[in-house]
Write a protein that binds this ligand. Sequence first.
Ligand code: SAM
Length: 278
Amino acid sequence: MSLEDLPPLRDALAEHGLLAKKAFGQHFLLDLNITRKIVRLADVAPGDRVIEVGPGPGGLTRALLEAGAQVTAIEKDPRFRPLLEEIAAAAAPGALTLTFADALTADESALMAGGPGHVVSNLPYNVGTALLIKWLTGPWTPASMTLMFQKEVAQRIVAPVDGDAYGRLAVIAQATCDAAIVMDVPARAFTPPPKVESAVARLTPRPDRPSPARLDALQKLTAAAFGQRRKMLRASLKGVGGEPLIEAAGLNPQARAETVDVAGFLRLADAWLAARGR
Ligand code: SAM
């Protein structure tokens, strides 16, 4: 059997008696035209190594394999094993490696044997942000990420300074990556449809991404600043350096976190490190 001979996704689910489970955030894309479009947006080239979190019935997995990717799929729900093994058998030998585990604790570096890899995934919404933070802050950094989120989360990733959606996620994502929303996906495209709209975000690491120590400082400072986002910086940052730190970063102590751009937060991180002799 080859990939083209596999049954439609809906039939494959029925054959295996599989229904979506809410606890696993399961909303499936059963239209291969949509999954192929996501793979085109991911710009996957033949031979590229790709991690896919949550293959479920395998619509995105099939599209990745059609594009010639070497896929390592991490699925938490073991019910999908027989169905996914059929896809692996229909693909080129060794093109699909299946791992049944929680992606939150997966060691991507070991899965990629220390080499580079892209991440392409229709993420389970309940752990989407946690997974993104894991890939943004390392230690393993993907070569690119093409990820389906609920739309509101995608908007928080790309949010410009001074808007309601601007916060920790925007600062950390934009300090480490170039990020854009590349596709809107309506709820009706999923089976079952979620209550919210979705969007695909594409993130590529910036060549000037912060060092681990700078990123660590950035995480601490954004947590403090946005933990009390309506307060002035001099109040919200009191516990991490207060006015001397804010002034060393060239910022106004009376400003609020949502008005400080990514470069401003990076200067705060540098001032925080300098104050500790690092
Ligand atoms: N990729 C499939 C598609 O597009 O039709 C399914 C996407 S569905 C939104 C999310 C998938 O992630 C489900 O298959 C679910 O079982 C799986 N999942 C949920 N939590 C997970 C976790 N912590 N680690 C790995 N997979 C997880």
